[in-house]
Each structure stands twice: as C-alpha cells, then as structure tokens.
Design a protein around this ligand. Structure first.
Ligand SMILES: [Zn+2]
Length: 549
C-alpha cells in the first residue's frame, strides 16, 4: 500500500490538469482515497509532477531482428553504457540496441512502464516472447507481421476474404500477439524477387489482382471485424524516399472510414523528386491526417547521432545500404516477411537528415490533437528511446528549437517549416503523447491514466531537475504498485506482463492451414504456434472487449 501525497497530478484521461492531490495505491492498482489503512507508506511528492507511466506505442526491443542488429554492430556494444550486476539487477548493455535486461532498466529509468514491440514474425514469435519476458519493469504487447504473408495474400487473390480473416485470427493467436502489423504491404513479398511495391493500385510481383491497396483495406477490415483492441498498425509503402507524402495521403484515402495506426509518420512525409530536392511535406500530411479522424499515428522522430535501422522493409534497407555504403544485413523469413539492418548516423550537416529531423517535430506540432499523434523514434531507427526527453524538451521550448534550427545547413532551412511553429507543449499534452494517447490507441484500458482501477504505473518527476531535461530523471517510478526507481536509479526489479489477444476464429481453419504449411515451411506444424504455457506472465484480452478489471 502506498500514498503519493501532495504531488501536482497530470492525468489527462480523467480531465486532471495540474491539480495538487493525493494518489492511493493498493494491490497494484489505483484505489479510492480512504481505502488505505493508516500504515501505508507515503511518498511526499510536494512540488513534483505526477503522471501515468509512459507507454511506447511503437518500438523494437526483442526478437530475431534485434539480435541480428546487435550482432552486426559490435562496435556499438563496446561503446554502450554498461549495467553491472547488482542485487537483483542483471548485467547488460545500453547503447543503440540495448540487451533485454538493460532495455527494461532504461525504459523504467526514464518513467516508461509499457512498450509495444511492433514487428514479430509468427515464425520467430517463440524467441521474441522469451526475450520479452527477459525485459523487466515494463508490460508488453506485440504485433505480428501480416501484410506480406503468402497464405493471406493468396486468399485475397482468390477473393476469399472471410477465410483470410480466420487465417489472420489463427496466426495472431499462434504468435500470441496483441495485434496486426503491416509493413510495406506487398513490397516485402516483391523483394523476394528484388522488386518493391511503389504504387498502391498496381498488382504486386507474383499476383494478378492483389495490390498494396487491397492488402491495406483487407487487413484494416479484418482488424475491425475481429474487434482487435488496437487497429491495423501500418508502415506505409515508400518509406523514407522523397515524394512519398503522396503515397501516405493516398493510403489515408484507401483507409477511409477504417481505424488504423500509421507508424513513424515522419518517414512518410517527404516532398521533392530526389535526394537533392527533398523537402518537408509535413503540413500537407498533417492536414490530410487531421481530416481522417479514425486514424492515429506515432512520430518516428529522428535525432542527430547514431542509430541502427531495423525493419521488415527489405527493399528500403537495400536502398539505404546503396546510399550509405554501410554494413547491411538482409533476411527472408520464409512465407511471411523479411528483415533488413543498416547501421546509420543522422548528421545535422546533411540536407536529408536535417529535413528528417525537422519533419518529426513539425508533425508533432502541426497535428493539433495530441490524442492522435504519439511520441516515438521508431527505436532504434530514428534514434534510441532513451533520448525521448530531448524531443520533449524541444516540443516544450520554441526558443530552444530555433537555436537548434540555426545549426542546420541554409539549404535545409528553406525546406522545412519548423522555424514558423510557435506552439509549445504543455505538461498535460506531454502526458497525452507519451502515455494517455498511446494507451487509448492500444486499447489498454488500465494504462495511461490514474483513475480508480488503473494499474499503478506512476512516474514522479522533479519540477526542476538538476540532471538534464525534465523527463530524463524521474524522482520515483512506480510499477504495479512497487517503487522500482528512485532518483533515476533502478532500486527494485519486478517482472512485467504480456497482454495478448485471442480473436474469434473458426477452429476448423487449422485443417486448411496445416496441409499448406506442411507443403511450404521448413519446420513442422506442431512447432509453429507458440504454446500459451511458454509465456510467463500472460494476460489474455478477449477481442471486442477492453480488458478492464
Ligand atoms: Zn518500426
């Protein structure tokens, strides 16, 4: 039992904007005042900021792609922050692609308590769950890759949408996932033949009728029909290339009326015809996005410095390799998806990187409704998650932003609109884009708020930190009622849980999948689905019902 007394509470989901009030916690949940016995420990939060723990709607922290990336950049591991074994804290490495234990320490050490692993192939889901379990201090959800799955594409080609829905449902449960991810729909499939899918309305390689638009519309419909708590989570076609804003806006037209989450919107809001004429088109993307109220998005903001790009988008990674001459790795994941890795450095003297840096901030500032756009860096693609406080600082301080803009090349300054934007985020808006908004988009009803019944995930920040930016150094972090961080340092390690979804499914669909699977996959069917027993702390969420108490 715990009482947080005298803090200034920001709980936008419950309409509380900077109100001095106490918070009572028992059995891992927020409870009504007066429900605590006299012996409860009290934290004096006078003069401090109290917020719901952060929720990361799009990150990459576990699974085969991460290990591929970790292996590809040993030089990063050598330079990474070291976590030594101490008490129940395990040894680990921070850096660009933190190891599992360190990932939990770094997220919680910053005040984040829930993360969504945004790209899991069914084929490697078992490994992903083992790593997710090894990430302490945060609760997890994960999304299974579906937009280049040949079973699904073949059914769309045959016009068998209902059977496709059952197959997707079966695959979501087989992966013990929480929702559906779509990466470069059709393009990753085409990449098996060295091709891509650059236009939404042309059939993809190897198919007569299936187009990226058909895949996008099909998966959005299936996610709606299955009543998944989180809608289809979409990485649009033509990521990263000049002129791609038109594809992004066309994707919104294809989605019309459907719920969807657009991942790392920054990478999809560029104008220009080539790399020398690339410019920001954040204003047009923000306008189209605002006009489509069924959509949410995350920023995928870029920070200058080191990154590692990791994505299922193989053709994009090949292009990035050709542009940079850096190391490159590519994997084909049987009939499901692909994977590419390229280490990368964002440079403030580079025109392209400067535009990217501005576009992420511009989208966060131009999209007025903080409930619809959330803070991410597409970790570790645009920068590492542990650098979020730098972005928050820029969002809250227009003067500081302008100082940063002065460092950019003159050419870049002419192609961005960031200097014209005066908006400064309030603390309440920060609480929305880092916690309340992503929790709502994910359909996690006990996350992102501090009302009675909420999971007791609470972050308490000093109002004037001695160490860097406001959100870099929490005074306390409380996870499920346990005080896990004090003075920015991990004090107690607790395991997180995994939220998974079991959508409705005609069980007979297995009779359809099994013979197909045995014909084309390299492992036996019995080893394909992840058994529920393998998950250490699962909480099964029924589709169509938010998992409130
Ligand atoms: Zn991503």
């Amino acid at each position: 039992m715990l009482r947080i007394a005298g803090g200034t509470v920001y709980d936008p989901a419950n309409g509380i904007d900077g109100v001095v009030k106490d918070l009572s916690i028992a059995d891992g949940r927020v409870v009504a005042d007066g429900d605590l016995s006299a012996g409860a420990r009290t934290i004096d939060a006078t003069g401090m900021i109290v917020m719901p723990g952060g929720v990361d709607v799009h990150t990459h922290v576990a699974g085969g792609a991460l290990n591929f990336a970790r292996g590809l950049v040993p030089e990063n591991q050598r330079a990474a922050r070291k976590f030594l074994h101490r008490g129940d804290r395990r040894a680990g490495l921070g850096g660009m692609t933190p190891t599992t234990f360190a990932t939990g320490y770094l997220y919680a050490g910053m005040g984040w308590t829930t993360v969504n692993e945004a790209a899991v192939p069914v084929l490697s889901a078992r490994h992903t769950h083992e790593e997710l379990h090894d990430i302490p201090l945060v609760d997890k959800t994960s999304l299974v890759l579906m937009a280049n799955n040949e079973f699904v594409l073949d059914l769309l080609e045959a016009g068998e949408v209902e059977r496709a829905r059952h197959v997707v449902s079966w695959l979501v449960w087989a992966a013990k996932a929480y929702g559906i991810k779509a990466v470069n729909p059709g393009g990753v499939e085409a990449w098996k033949w060295g091709k891509n899918a650059n236009t939404l309305h042309a059939p993809i390689e190897g198919y007569k009728t299936v187009t990226p638009a058909m895949i996008i519309e099909g998966l959005a419909t299936i996610a709606d029909d299955l009543q998944l708590p989180h809608p289809v989570h979409l990485h649009c076609n033509n990521l990263g290339v000049p002129g791609n804003f038109a594809t992004t806006i066309e994707t919104m037209n294809v989605l019309q009326g459907h719920r969807a989450h657009l991942a790392h919107l920054q990478f999809h809001a560029y104008g220009g015809d080539d790399w020398t004429t690339m410019r920001s088109e954040s204003a047009r993307v923000a306008e189209a996005f605002t006009a489509n109220p069924t959509l949410t998005a995350d920023a995928g903001a870029v920070l200058f410095g080191d990154a590692v790009t990791i994505t299922a988008d193989g053709p994009w990674q090949h292009l990035l390799y050709q542009l940079t001459g850096r190391k490159w790795g590519n994997l084909d994941v049987e009939n499901e998806t692909g994977c590419g890795i390229v280490p990368y450095v964002y440079k403030d003297r580079s025109l392209v990187n400067a535009v990217q840096w501005a576009v992420g901030l511009e989208l966060l500032l131009l999209i007025d409704d903080p409930w619809r756009i959330f803070l991410t860096t597409d970790h570790p693609n645009g920068g590492c998650f542990w650098r979020y406080p730098e972005i928050i600082h820029m969002l809250m301080n227009a003067e500081f932003r302008r100082e940063q803009i002065q460092q950019l090349p003159e050419k870049a300054r002419q192609r961005i609109v960031l200097a014209d934007l005066d908006r400064e985020y309030t603390l309440s808006e920060v609480a929305i884009i880092t916690s309340a908004g992503p929790a709502r988009s994910l359909g996690l009803s006990r996350k992102g708020h501090l009302g009675v019944g909420a999971d007791a995930d609470v972050t308490i920040y000093p109002r004037r930190p001695d160490h860097g930016f406001l959100f870099s150094y929490p005074r306390y972090v409380i996870k499920g009622g346990a005080i896990v961080v004090e003075e920015g340092d991990v004090r107690e390690v607790v395991d997180g849980r995994e939220f998974i979804v079991r959508p409705a499914c005609d069980e007979r669909i297995e009779d359809y999948i099994r013979p197909l699977f045995e014909k084309v996959y390299t492992i036996s069917f019995a080893n394909y689905p992840v058994e529920i027993e393998r998950l250490q702390n699962p909480e099964v969420v029924a589709a169509g019902a938010r998992h409130s108490a």
